[in-house]
Design a binder for this molecule. Structure first.
Ligand SMILES: Nc1nc2c(ncn2[C@@H]2O[C@H](COP(=O)(O)OP(=O)(O)OP(=O)(O)O)[C@@H](O)[C@H]2O)c(=O)[nH]1
Ligand SMILES: [Mg+2]
Ligand SMILES: [Zn+2]
Length: 216
C-alpha cells in the first residue's frame, strides 16, 4: 500500500525562523517581549504608557501586528522612533517570518528593548514562537473574570500575566478572587501584575521590565 507522508510539526518552519530571530536578537543585545491579549484589552495603551515611562532610560522599538490599519503603529510612533506595523490580513496572529521581515526595517542593534504587540487574540498567538525572550499575557477586567480559565495555554506559558483596566473594577462584574483562583489552579507560581494602562498606573510592570533589559 502507498505510504502517505504525514507532516507532524506544522510549526517546524516557524520554529526554525524563530530560532534565527532569537539568535539575531541575542547578538544585538535586545530583550524582546511578545505581548498577547484579546482585542481591546489595552495592549497599545500599555505600550504607549510604557514607552513614555522608559523614555531616556532604555532604547525601545515596537513591531505591531493588526489585520488591517496602521492606527496602532501611528499611536506608538509618537513615543518611539523605531516602529513597524505588520498587517496580517486574514491572519489572526504574528508568525516568526513576519517578525523577521519587520526586523529588516528596524536597527535592532540600536535597541535595548523590543516590544511585539501581537494581533488581538488569546488563542493562536500563544503557539507561535517569534524568537522573543518573554511572553506576556494581558487580560483586562472588562473582558470578564473567566478568560484566564478559558485560555490556559497562555496562563501556562506566559512569563508574566497582566490584569489591565483595574480602574473599572467598581463598574463591571469582575471577581478578582475568582480570576486569581483560576490562575493559581492552573499554575501556583504565576506572577500577576495589576495595571490601569490608560491612567498611567503601570509602575509594577516597569519594575518587572527594567532589570530584564540593558539600560543606558
Ligand atoms: N478604563 C480604562 N480603559 C483602558 C485602559 N487601557 C486601555 N483602555 C481603553 O481600552 C480601549 C482599547 O485599548 P487599546 O490599547 O487600543 O487595546 P488593544 O489591546 O491594543 O486593541 P487591539 O490592538 O485592537 O487588539 C481604548 O479605548 C483604551 O483607551 C485602562 O487601564 N483603563
Ligand atoms: Mg492595539
Ligand atoms: Zn491565528
Amino acid at each position: 500500500m502507498k505510504t502517505i507522508p504525514v507532516v507532524e510539526n506544522v510549526l517546524k518552519l516557524n520554529d526554525e525562523v524563530a530560532l534565527l530571530n532569537r539568535r539575531q536578537f541575542t547578538q544585538a543585545g535586545v530583550f524582546v517581549v511578545d505581548l498577547i491579549g484579546a482585542p481591546g484589552s489595552g495592549k497599545t495603551a500599555l505600550l504607549e504608557a510604557t514607552l513614555k515611562a522608559l523614555a531616556g532610560r532604555c532604547r525601545t522599538g515596537v513591531i505591531v501586528g493588526d489585520p488591517a490599519t496602521s492606527r496602532d503603529g501611528e499611536r506608538l510612533g509618537r513615543y518611539c522612533e523605531q516602529v513597524v506595523q505588520v498587517n496580517t490580513g486574514h491572519g489572526c496572529h504574528l508568525d516568526a517570518n513576519q517578525v523577521r521581515q519587520a526586523m529588516g526595517r528596524l536597527n535592532v542593534t540600536d535597541l535595548d528593548l523590543l516590544f511585539i504587540e501581537n494581533v488581538g487574540n488569546l488563542i493562536c498567538p500563544v503557539g507561535f514562537d517569534l524568537g522573543q525572550n518573554a511572553k506576556v499575557g494581558l487580560f483586562s477586567v472588562s473582558e470578564g473574570d473567566d478568560k484566564a480559565a478559558k485560555h490556559p495555554h497562555l496562563v501556562l506559558t506566559a512569563d508574566v500575566l497582566l490584569l489591565n483596566k483595574i480602574d473599572l473594577l467598581a463598574y463591571v462584574s469582575f471577581s478578582r478572587d475568582r480570576f486569581m483562583e483560576d490562575i493559581r489552579h492552573l499554575r501556583a507560581d504565576a506572577e500577576v501584575i495589576e495595571l490601569a494602562a490608560s491612567k498611567g498606573l503601570i509602575k509594577a510592570w516597569i519594575d518587572w521590565l527594567l532589570p530584564r533589559c540593558r539600560t543606558r
